[in-house]
Design a protein around this ligand. Structure first.
Ligand code: HEC
Length: 198
């Protein structure tokens, strides 16, 4: 390829890219007509959200909601003692962290964006790749993820058992269990508040 031809091709490509960028900036994305879908049709497609995203295997109870709220904001679930679920899922700003990808244990930059946790219990699956079937299966994973909260079942149970309010709260939330303060019950309690949020 001659030098002139290469310069010409690069110049043309740059003009096309610049044209597309300027066009998007000034003209905006193509608009969808406001009349494309009426509110009644939208309700037909989407239905109303339930007041509580209940799971028959893990019914939402007031005691579970209280415990789940405490655990969602509990940094002692992480190895370092300062990362909670709420560190990456800010409920007051939409349930994500506003970052392209999240920052976890020892400031490691992760590979994925944190989706909102609001109404997540209603999704058909959890995580971008559907890697967990429901929020109960999901909740234990960030706790033990080395790039997330980097803790372990043993450490979590040791910490929670050492804080007097927790054994009591687990007993209230799981009254029929022989061992209410278990790792499985941590994962059963945490999803309750977000899934019952209005
Ligand atoms: C270090 C940041 C970080 C922490 C801490 C964290 N998450 Fe996440 N969360 C993420 C990221 C990133 C994803 C997406 C991961 C993926 O798709 O593989 C995610 C995904 C989720 C999802 C799936 C939502 C969906 O639409 O698929 C739920 C639910 C969730 N997290 C709840 C929690 C809970 C509960 C905790 C605490 C036990 C927690 N997260 C702790 C960053 C975090």
């Amino acid at each position: 390829m001659t030098r002139n031809l290469r310069t010409w091709l690069l110049g043309t490509a740059a003009i096309v890219v610049a044209g597309v960028v300027v066009g998007r900036l000034f003209l905006g994305a193509p608009e969808v007509a406001a009349s494309a879908i009426t509110p009644a049709e939208a309700k037909g497609y989407f239905g109303l959200l339930p007041a509580v995203a209940d799971n028959p295997q893990n019914p939402v109870t007031p005691a579970k909601v209280e415990l789940g709220k405490a655990l969602f904001f509990e940094p002692r679930l992480s190895k370092s003692g300062f990362i909670a679920c709420a560190s990456c899922h800010h409920l007051a700003s939409g349930g994500g962290d506003g970052l392209a990808t999240s920052i976890g244990h020892r400031w490691q930059v992760g590979g994925r964006n944190a989706p909102t946790v609001l109404n997540a219990a209603l999704h058909v699956a959890q995580f971008w790749d559907g890697g967990a079937a429901d929020v109960e299966e999901q909740a234990g994973k960030p706790i033990s993820n080395p790039g997330g909260m980097a803790s372990s079942e043993t450490l979590v149970l040791k910490r929670l058992r050492s804080i007097p309010a927790y054994p009591e709260q687990f007993r209230a939330a799981f009254p029929d269990d022989a061992e209410p303060l278990s790792y499985a019950n941590v994962a059963r309690a945490i999803p309750s508040p977000p899934s019952s949020a209005p």
